[in-house]
Ligand binder design. Sequence first.
Ligand code: ZN
Length: 271
Amino acid sequence: MTSRTTSLVTRGNALGAVLGAAALGFAHAAPAATWLPPVRRLLPRLSGVGTDGHVALTFDDGPDPRSTPRFLDELDRLGCRATFFVLGEMLERHRALGRRIVRDGHELGVHGWRHRNALTVLPGRTAAELRRAAGLVAEVAGAAPVWYRPPYGVLSAEAVLAARRAGLRPVLWTAWGRDWTRSATPGSVLAALAPGLRGGATLLLHDSDCTSAPGSWRAALGALPAVVTACREAGLRVGPLRDHWPDVRQRRPPTFPTINRNFRNDDRVAL
Ligand SMILES: [Zn+2]
């Protein structure tokens, strides 16, 4: 193990401990952890703090044919581009929709293969799933992905290392719409995001309800015009993560020569 690796492990362990402690209690219910002030202070880029004057718009959990096309249509109408953190198991079933996301000018990021909490899976699982998802995203997008957001915002040391090895940069969020709940409405989503609509923010919304309350994506979709308008009226540009950190070199990670088609999907770990 190199000293660089050691330092990554140490950092990853500390980070995992901080995030994990916060997330374990309610991993069932919600994305978690980034409200922790120390994470924002110590690791602003990880938490999504970017270029002043720009707001990054991100969507998790798709692509979903029941809802994602509606988001793409609305984003097109608004003249706005975004980053979609996709699940490998969704993208595998809906590759054409993944290709449309890219064709429409948006970015694909990696959210994992399945929506698992990295702290509850067996060693090796997170890394294997991350590699598999990154390989599929590269295949569908025609370019290697740059961004990784773990489910629930929970980063384990294994996830940090695996992301690094795959050339992925972990990014969480600075503000969320709480759009995953059964009671969410466009108004509640806008209200949840409003305090965080400032330059450098990374907004978290969901373009699929595959891991949340059925139909909850409608609240996020309904809030979208008001969110984008509020940002623009404040003089902020809204766009994908690639415009959030223009200094981030769009590295090409190692190629992904083996996508294991026989990868087992039947050993779901209960969260
Ligand atoms: Zn998610």
